[in-house]
Design a protein. Sequence first.
Lengths: 185, 521
Amino acid sequence: MLTATTMLTLLGLLSGLGLGFAAIRFRVDSDPLTDRIDALLPQTQCAQCGYPGCRPYAAAVAAGDADINQCPPGGADTVRALADLLGREPIPLNPENGSEKPLRAAVIDEQRCIGCTLCIQACPVDAIVGAARLMHTVITAECTGCDLCLPPCPVDCIDMVEPETRPSAGAAAGLFTGATAALSP
Amino acid sequence: MNDTEAFELAREAGLRTHHFYGGLHLRHHKKISCRTRVERPPLPEQLTVPLNQYAGETAEAVVRPGDRVLKGEVIGRCQSCAAAHAPVSGTVEALREVPSATQPGIQTPAVVIRPDGREQWVPREAIADWRAASPRQLIERIRSGGIAGLGGAVFPSHIKAAAARERRVHTLILNGAECEPYISCDEMLMREQPANIVLGARILRRAVGAERVVIAIEDQMGAVQAALEEAVNAARCESITVVRVSTIYPEGGERQLIQVLTGLEVPAGGLPADIGLVCYNVATAAAAAAAVTQGTPLIERYVTVTGSGVAEPRNLLALVGTPLAHLVEACGGYLPGAARLVVGGPMMGFPVASDAVPVTKGVNCVLVLTSQDISTSQTEMPCIRCGECARVCPARLLPQQLHLQVTNRLWDQARDYGLSACIECGCCDFVCPSHIPLASRFREGKTELRNRAGKARAAARARQRFESREARLAREERERAEGLARRREQMRDRTQRQKDVQAAIERAGRRRQTDGEPDDT
């Protein structure tokens, strides 16, 4: 009886020591859950979720401070992906954060731009180039369509336009040549 | 087997023939369009040359309405796609959007030209002796001639050649295995212009730097082999071999043909160049020969007009930009009962809504089907998981599984199951007892996967840019704070120094006072 109790106590102490050592020695600084959530977010950096970027939102979701339905650019797909990852039920997008819209890109009307650099400071991904009192322009390929450059513009010279999209070949899905009847061996 | 081994083994391409997995024996329906010699149809009243002829960049129009153009003049310039040339001399009437013949649902800008009937050529620059020209010159000529893959994909040939050269390919394969039923344009070209094809093979071989050429034809092509071999002998070119392969659909697919010729599979997601091969269509070779030796750009191609809904099925040498209706008319017009117009063959072709659609470099066949051919006795039923589709899939995929994933939008799973490797051959459709249009579902799924991959790439870039911006802002903030601290320090220094000076003066004054006192006394 005494031997067993002693053995178990010793075992418990040893394991506790081992775990305690591992917790300090192999400490992970960045939260892996935050990384995994961040990987599912669209990286628009639009702050519509109420956090100043995708990563802060991911950290908030990981900490349980934010719900998974606050990302309008990601839409239902992102909600579903987050629900899968976190083992929750998918829920509809929170209308307070905005609604799902097609991807757009900012375009600066060069005639109206006065070169105030306010939009450059607002852009979360540095997709606007220009200098004070010189015309600015948007690098369309880098624009995430976050709309953050719109409010600071004093002359309203920025428009959000849908890029010219090529309809997918899937537009023809359902159109089937139907000639196979003529080919039977 | 590792990559270098496969690279070396592929040198034996064509010495033995092998088999690829799956595939189908289909009825050919080719003879009906091979009975008459290929001719040019009369000049149409208007030609519409699309500026986007493949799934890539669109050429930029360099003409404006009202301009006069000469035959062969560049009308569309492009960095990474094949240039567009005027197929006739005449006047540019308009620039407008037209539906694409080979990419359904897509509009492409096009140049509308009204021919003047004089057929005046732009001055053509031929390379007098291609043997003396450097491969770089040959590739440049292929580029300026607007040569693109005539097998249907219309991939710019100069890009393929330059990439193949860089990868040091050893064998050039000319694809004459036209496996899809009804289509016979390559067969007619090989019958009528074997010498041009062999010349093109030699030029391309020099351009890509390959040692050998294998011309693959089908065993059902009759006199083609003799014609090609005669041309090879006449050119006294020992490095070219003509190989007959057995006719199993889809043997004309690049990967399938390579498997038949070498017994090796091109790695998924890789290119034939990975195992030292480069593959061109026979018609592309003939077009490259014309571009190099005569300076003639690619403005016309062989097109098969066939099907049970057309009066006289045949092959025509059609100018790019000719409306499909004009070709059908040149073949005696539609027969009563004609119900559907398909560009391409019955397995991989696309139905088009209008016969005003113009011929592009990728249109190999115009198929007119009657209502009998497309009878709607087949309604789609649920998948019974019989596995017939997996038995015929030449890409060795599991179509029944992919179908489940695509219809349930399980994109990550579909990607893991190799949806992107689907060649859209339609073998699975053909054998499906539930008549499920699998190939078109997969086509849709592949587009979705491509879009998602693009989005993921864009997100990764945005994340990187956001993070580096955050880092930059943090650095600037830190630098500002440091600067402030430094200035405050300096300020303190200055006041301290002033105090020191003051103290020194006072000290000196005091000393003078104490020193001076004894003198005074």
